[in-house]
Design a binder for this molecule. Structure first.
Ligand code: SF4
Length: 196
């Protein structure tokens, strides 16, 4: 992937951002595309949106090392513009392979571009927070954390949607009113954690 020139983003990127996390993860998150920090570091969700993602994960006592995180595009669009359909099509085989290898039980799509890969004819505003099935995998669409940075009224909706995750993978969830209390790692023992 680091040598990929299958679309024009190869000309402007500094680093490809393939994804990172637990290869045995039950939960896979798919965002939109790398931003400036991701392009510099090669890591997904490395900037302010990543900090908010960490906070959302904390709210349900899940660590980033317990899930797998990637993006629809693996290279940064210039000036963080929206991905183009030709770029999404060019990059899609990498995402398809990642889904096949990780084989998660649930995929959480963050933002409309990753959701439309699975359900292209449904708008995110109607689909958000509702679990659907795709090829035997649960798909739970959510807003992208970056959207909540620009529109803080979306953050409670993200917190609400994250509360669904533990029940979907058979672990108990803390209530929203308990935040930001941390919860014992034993509650997420169904995850593997190769980084600990
Ligand atoms: S965005 Fe995907 S298809 Fe385009 S150059 Fe990067 S890795 Fe290749």
């Amino acid at each position: 992937m680091s040598q990929c020139e299958n679309c024009g983003l190869s000309k402007s990127r500094n680093r490809t951002v393939p994804g990172e996390g637990n290869y045995d993860a039950q939960v896979m998150m798919i965002g939109e595309a790398p931003g400036s920090n991701e392009d510099k570091t090669g890591r997904p969700f490395a900037g302010r949106a990543g900090n908010l993602l960490n906070e959302l994960l904390d709210s349900v006592s899940i660590k980033r090392s317990q899930i797998y995180i990637t993006n629809t595009l693996k290279c940064r669009p210039p000036s963080n513009r929206d991905p183009q359909q030709t770029e999404i099509n060019s990059c899609e085989p990498y995402l398809a392979l990642q889904i096949s290898l990780i084989n998660p039980s649930i995929i959480i799509t963050l933002g409309r571009f990753s959701f439309s890969k699975f359900f292209p004819n449904i708008t995110l505003s109607k689909a958000r927070g509702i679990v659907r099935e795709w090829n035997g995998i649960k798909i739970l669409p959510m807003y992208h954390p970056a959207a909540a940075l620009y529109n803080p009224s979306l953050k409670p909706k993200l917190l609400q949607d994250f509360q669904q995750i533990p029940s979907l993978i058979n672990i108990s969830s803390p209530s929203i009113s308990d935040q930001p209390q941390k919860y014992p790692a034993t509650q997420v023992s169904l995850f593997g954690d190769p980084f600990e």
